[in-house]
Design a protein around this ligand. Sequence first.
Ligand SMILES: NC(=O)c1ccc[n+]([C@@H]2O[C@H](COP(=O)([O-])OP(=O)(O)OC[C@H]3O[C@@H](n4cnc5c(N)ncnc54)[C@H](OP(=O)(O)O)[C@@H]3O)[C@@H](O)[C@H]2O)c1
Length: 240
Amino acid sequence: MARVALVTGGTRGIGAAISTKLKAEGYEVAASFAGNEDAAATFTAETGIQTFKWNVADYDASTAGIAAVEAALGPIDVVVANAGITRDAPFHKMTPEQWHEVIDTNLTGVFNTVHPVWPGMRERKFGRVIVISSINGQKGQFAQVNYAATKAGDLGIVKSLAQEGARAGITANAICPGYIATEMVMAIPEEIRNKIVAGIPAGRLGEPEEIARCVAFLASDDAGFMNGSTISANGAQFFV
Ligand SMILES: NC(=O)c1ccc[n+]([C@@H]2O[C@H](COP(=O)([O-])OP(=O)(O)OC[C@H]3O[C@@H](n4cnc5c(N)ncnc54)[C@H](OP(=O)(O)O)[C@@H]3O)[C@@H](O)[C@H]2O)c1
C-alpha cells in the first residue's frame, strides 16, 4: 500500500515541488495551504493532488485538518513541515506583531504539524518527519531576527525528535535550503536579489525541485539511519 505524505504549504513554491515529487515517487500526497484558494485549485487541477486548508499556527485547526487528511487518505507516514512566512524588518523596526506572526507560523507551526501525527507514527513504528528550515537559521540574516530564530529552532526540534523517535522507527531531519527561486525570494527587491545571487558560488538561485529531491531521499527507506541531520542545499553559499 502506498505511504501517505502530508506537505504543509504544499501548493506553492518549494512545497508544491515536494508534493509533486512525492506523488511521482508513489506516495499518496495531501498538500495543505493557508488561504490562497486560487493557487490551491490550480495546483490540484495540474497535479491531481488533494489540498486541505488550515492555518498551521492554530493547533486546533491543525488537528482538525490532519484528521481530515487521514480520513481521506489514511494514516500519515511522512510529514513535511514546509509552510513558512517572512516578515522582514531590521530589529530596531521589527514590531511585536512581526515577531509573533513568524514565530507562530514557522516554529509553533512545526509543533502543531508534527504533534498530532506523532502518536500514530509511534504506534505503527514508522515515521518520517522532515522540516524545511533555512540557510538563515544557520547563519542569521540582516532584518530576519524573527525568521532566523524560527529556522534555528527547527534544527533543535529535529535533533530532539530524532532522539525520541529513533527506537520507534521514526526519523526527523531538516533541510536548510539556500536561496530558491520561489515567490518568497522573487518578492525581494531586484537590486538586493542580485546581490544575493552574486554571493552564491553556484552563481544562481536554487530550484524548488532540488529541495524536493532531498525530501524524497529523507522520506525513503534508504535514509533510515539518517536521523537528527541537517542537509544544506545552498550552492556553496554557507558551510556549517
Ligand atoms: N524560497 C526560499 O529561498 C527559501 C529558502 C530557505 C527556506 N525556505 C523555506 O521553505 C518553505 C517554503 O518556502 P517558499 O519560498 O516555497 O514559500 P511560498 O512560495 O511563499 O509558499 C508558502 C506556502 O506555505 C503556505 N503557508 C504560509 N503560511 C501558512 C500558514 N499559516 N498555514 C498554512 N500554510 C501556510 C502557503 O499557503 P497559501 O498559498 O495559502 O498562502 C504556501 O502554500 C518555508 O518554510 C521557507 O521559510 C525558503
